[in-house]
Design a protein around this ligand. Sequence first.
Ligand code: C2O
Length: 503
Amino acid sequence: GVTREYWLSIENTTLAPDGYERYTLTFNGTIPGPAIIADWGDNLIIHVVNNLQHNGTSIHWHGLRQLGSSEYDGVPGVTQCPIAPGGTMTYRFRATQYGSTWYHSHFSLQYADGLFGPLILNGPATANYDEDLGLLFLSDWSHTSAFSLWDSARAAGPPSLDGGLVNGTNTYNCSASVDPNCVGGGKKFETVFVPGKRYRIRLINVAIEGHFQFSIDGHNLTVIANDLVPIVPYETNSIVIGEGQRYDLIVEANAEPGDYWLRSGWQAACAANQNADDMTGIIRYDASSTVDPVTTSDITITSNCADEPLSNLVPHLAMNVGNFSEVTQETLSFVFESYFMWTINSSSLYMNWSDPTTLRVVNNQSTFPTEYNVVSVEQTNPSDEWTVYVIKDESGIGLSHPIHLHGHDFWVIGQAEGAFDLATSELNLVNPPRRDVASLPANGYLAIAFKKDNPGAWIMHCHIAWHASEGLGLQFVESPSQITMALADKEAFEDTCVKWDAY
Ligand code: C2O
């Protein structure tokens, strides 16, 4: 592998992605940010400059295992101090996996205001396609900043948003608006197909809370990967995608030449407050065409916000779950004391921002604030030892939760509605789906397994942005005595925390 270097500047920028001008947060001025591209095995050096005036930040490389580099996972309060305004942090890690993912701010709700971008890691050329269209971002979108909605969100539940973006663009209808910020001029995402060619689309859901069902009128989708894991390909006419999830799709330009809608249907059952029904883009067979498609959809939007059926998501490289000695069961619940707080195992993962320097690098390793909902994972037998973890939704809220784990792909060994019972609930240990975000069904359970092979501090959280900020998470501290950190890294970390002291 070679070393690839990138520079990201975090700025607040006025943009009108859908024709409504607002304060946004951007990487190098655009939404999405610039593509970071590397080959499997490469080393990445990414310099992040915080050009915000009043807020800290930190950047997470979603789904990357950070083998031996836990300190670059980018979670403020868990693996680093936030980068102070005016500060810089250089992230260094290796691309030990390949496929489609994203980088995003992991500081509060910042990614919902625009801080997300493509991270593409090229692997062996096994998929059969002619052209790579790169990441296709699906996001919900509000005309005020997510931060400004935060107080009401945690006091009264999720606020109504204004619409959605497909790859950072859409058309909001300003014709009836007297709002001076409604400037118009948004456009639909468009791409051109050449008849007979096969296109790779790296679909990703980066919404605050939107759950989508993606389809392209008149075309089938061949699914070749979930998250960073290649799967045995399957064909479908639509795909359900939860927050933080990715699916790599091959689409063949085999329809009658014309203009076709590409649709990200809202799954109303888990984002009932959405009023957008036009989260669409356009596929054209003739680049000079400017008309709206007249195609219709023949898919039915499902309403349970479940993941794609587990039986479809068969990893290409078969791996079974190995030895584990116990099954840890934890309960997801929530409390309301003037604010919503979600809990797992009766506690919330809530950062102590009155002292953001609680995380310090001391004596060769990080310290992990113990009040931050810590679960210990200790490797005692280095050859083949696993953790099995079952999260049960007993909140009674009736929502599914996209559960994301850092530092590991996990094996999805159980996922169902209803109560979990160790004696009778079936766990699939034989080449189950592997990925880094899976849905915990409403009033049900999600059972995951992962190998204890990556010493570090790894947060696990719901990828609905409101819920993560309402404490729905915990951190696994895995084999802390084996965490290693290069001297240069330690100095970089001390530096970040010292800047906070000075700030
Ligand atoms: Cu996509 Cu904890 O993040």
